[in-house]
Write a protein that binds this ligand. Structure first.
Ligand SMILES: *[C@@H]1O[C@H](CO)[C@@H](O)[C@H](O)[C@H]1NC(C)=O
Ligand SMILES: *[C@@H]1O[C@H](CO)[C@@H](O)[C@H](O)[C@H]1NC(C)=O
Ligand SMILES: *[C@@H]1O[C@H](CO)[C@@H](O)[C@H](O)[C@H]1NC(C)=O
Length: 337
């Protein structure tokens, strides 16, 4: 009798323990995955068109793909390199191929025209119409020197300005471990005026700028510095115009990659942290920062990206879902907010 009731009680405790510990995990982390076409890897960033279509995503073999629903999946929308061939490029994901095939890392639609602006690591700032195809170069160099490695962009739709970043020389051939150890500070922030067709350097000496976002009131830009492990704020209006300060550093739990603003004005930052143990190589988290730079929510994606050598690259909130990007996985992760 005694033994039976103890066993029963232990079983009950075990059940409660499982209920308390496992079910919240299941409720919070019901991820779904939007699979890329066979062999294709690295959906680094996502974008949505002016009609809410997509996500569009830039992948490692140089293409921008468009998601057309569960039956069709991702189809080819645009390319950035005139030298790209399907035989040479489709399914590749290495820096040598990407010099020939392209590597789109920033996507945003321009609402006035419906065009898609793309920043490609090797092919500069480009634009493509609503029907896609080979994108047209807009800016490929500054003061006669080609950009080293363009990364993300953000568009001020009213002022017709595109803000974009050049990550610097170390990004060209290096993997993330080498990039993070390099201490490089050759990154720059640029502004492209669509109406005037004019490019202006806003800030240099950035340490691995990787992500950029425009504040909701358009008074400042945030630029993540992946290598330095901090987020810089560049003022566009007000008394501090054209100067920058540190928006967040000690509360960023590692190295910040892409930054995406939410409708409410907060920012989701994809943050990776190199682990001491070799497996998994990175801890991958999304940190939601408010406009004061305070962390108001943290989501851990490491379990779903345990096989990713580089971890996540982006967390983007869109219509009640979080879209998660990476440099080396074969799916776009989708989570409930
Ligand atoms: C692409 O092709 C053009 C000629 O068609 C050549 O000048 C250029 O160097 C090529 N670029 C790369 C990255 O191979
Ligand atoms: C924009 O300016 C560049 C030179 O800075 C020039 O080569 C290009 O043709 C101009 N584009 C347009 C559309 O005027
Ligand atoms: C900020 O910099 C831009 C570009 O160099 C310049 O056109 C503008 O006049 C500057 N604004 C202020 C307030 O300094």
């Amino acid at each position: 009798m005694e033994i039976v009731s103890i066993t029963k009680r232990m079983f009950l405790i075990l059940q409660i323990w499982i209920l308390l510990n496992v079910s919240p995990y299941l409720v919070h982390c019901q991820p779904s995955q939007l699979p890329l076409p066979p062999r294709v890897l690295g959906p680094e960033t996502s974008g949505f068109d002016t009609k809410g279509g997509g996500p569009y995503t830039g992948v490692g073999d140089g293409r921008v793909l468009k998601y057309e629903g569960p039956n069709i999946g991702f189809t080819e929308f645009a390319t950035t390199s005139p030298n790209r061939t399907k035989i040479r490029c489709d399914g590749t994901n290495d820096p040598i191929s990407q010099q020939i095939c392209g590597r789109p890392l920033g996507l945003e639609f321009y609402t006035r025209t419906g065009d898609l602006y793309i920043t490609d690591a090797f092919y500069g700032l480009l634009v493509v119409g609503q029907s896609g195809g080979l994108a047209r170069p807009v800016v490929t160099s500054f003061e006669g020197k080609p950009f080293a490695f363009l990364n993300s962009l953000a568009i001020d739709q009213e002022r017709r300005m595109i803000y974009f970043i050049d990550s610097g020389t170390v990004f060209r051939f290096s993997n993330r471990v080498i990039i993070l150890r390099s201490g490089d500070a050759t990154g720059r922030l640029f502004q492209y005026d669509i109406r005037r067709n004019q490019t202006t350097l806003l800030l240099s000496g950035l340490s691995g700028p990787a992500g950029i976002a425009l504040s909701r009131d358009k008074s400042y830009l945030l630029v993540s510095e992946l290598i330095a492990g901090r987020i810089r704020r560049f003022w566009l209006t007000g008394p501090k115009t054209n100067t920058s300060d540190v928006f967040a550093s000690s509360n960023v739990d590692g190295n910040p990659d892409n930054i995406k603003r939410t409708v409410s004005g907060d920012f989701w930052v994809a943050v990776i942290r190199r682990n001491i143990l070799p497996f998994p190589p990175f801890t991958s988290r999304g940190q939601r920062l408010n406009q004061l730079g305070q962390v108001i929510e943290t989501r851990d994606f490491t379990a779903q990206y345990i096989l990713s050598p580089a971890g996540i690259s982006e967390v983007q909130e869109y219509k009640g879902k979080l879209y998660v990007g990476s440099l080396d996985q074969n799916f776009v992760g989708v989570y409930n907010v």
